[in-house]
Design a protein around this ligand. Structure first.
Ligand code: GAR
Length: 205
């Protein structure tokens, strides 16, 4: 056989094998999806342990859904009006798609105890605060009102208690006198984009 063709076949085979070794991952979003985009780009590099094959959202308003079209990744919407029913459908979809890892990235619904149990230990989340401080919403506002010197972001395992699972990685960010809510949110988000891939590597290695 032609040497060039043989090389190409080998390369394809290697790519397929490398691809297969990556952990099939779903990313859950509700908003603008900057972390999702960042994780998709990360998933495509060789040292990344994940491949993203599904995007789940609870709302069609999530701007991040555009990345599903842009990167040709399957997306599914579940309205969560009936949480039990939505979660049941998501679980069977995850099974069908052979997904074994979930990254929450700005997903604003609380997953049930049952769902978390079924996916035991394989769901992680990014939160825009130095957990255990400021669980829940409006983290930057609360940190600034309390005149904190530092804000930050945390990647943690998801358990049934909100924003409370084991911390995988955390990054501290100085709040300066020049900061306002917008500048702080921007600074934290930028650090989230560094932190999430690093935390995934740490968690899966
Ligand atoms: C991020 O700041 C993320 O940490 C936060 O939502 C934002 C989503 O931004 N998540 C939470 O507050 C979860 N409790 P993105 O849609 O641009 O990735």
């Amino acid at each position: 056989m032609d040497k060039l063709l043989l090389g190409k076949i080998r390369l394809n085979l290697m790519e397929k094998l490398t691809g297969l070794r990556k952990i099939k991952t779903a990313v859950f979003i509700s908003g603008s999806g900057s972390n999702l985009k960042n994780l998709i780009i990360f998933s495509k590099i060789k040292k990344s342990p994940i491949s993203i094959s599904l995007i789940v959202s609870n709302t069609y308003k999530a701007k991040g859904l555009k990345y599903a079209n842009q990167y040709k990744i399957k997306k599914k919407l579940f309205n969560f009006n009936d949480i039990k029913n939505s979660e049941k459908k998501i679980l069977s979809l995850l099974k069908r798609e052979k997904i074994s890892f979930i990254c929450l990235a700005g997903f604003m619904k609380i997953l049930s105890k049952n769902f978390i149990k079924k996916f035991d230990g394989n769901i992680i989340n990014i939160h825009p605060s130095l957990l255990p401080k400021y669980r829940g919403l409006n983290t930057h506002q609360r940190a600034m009102s309390n005149k904190e010197s530092f804000a930050g972001c945390t990647v943690h395992c998801v358990t049934e208690k909100l924003d409370s699972g084991n911390i995988i990685m955390q990054k501290k960010i100085k709040i300066t006198s020049k900061d306002n809510l917008t500048s702080l949110a921007k600074k934290v988000l930028k650090e989230e984009h560094r932190l999430y891939p690093a935390a995934i590597i740490k968690f899966l290695s």
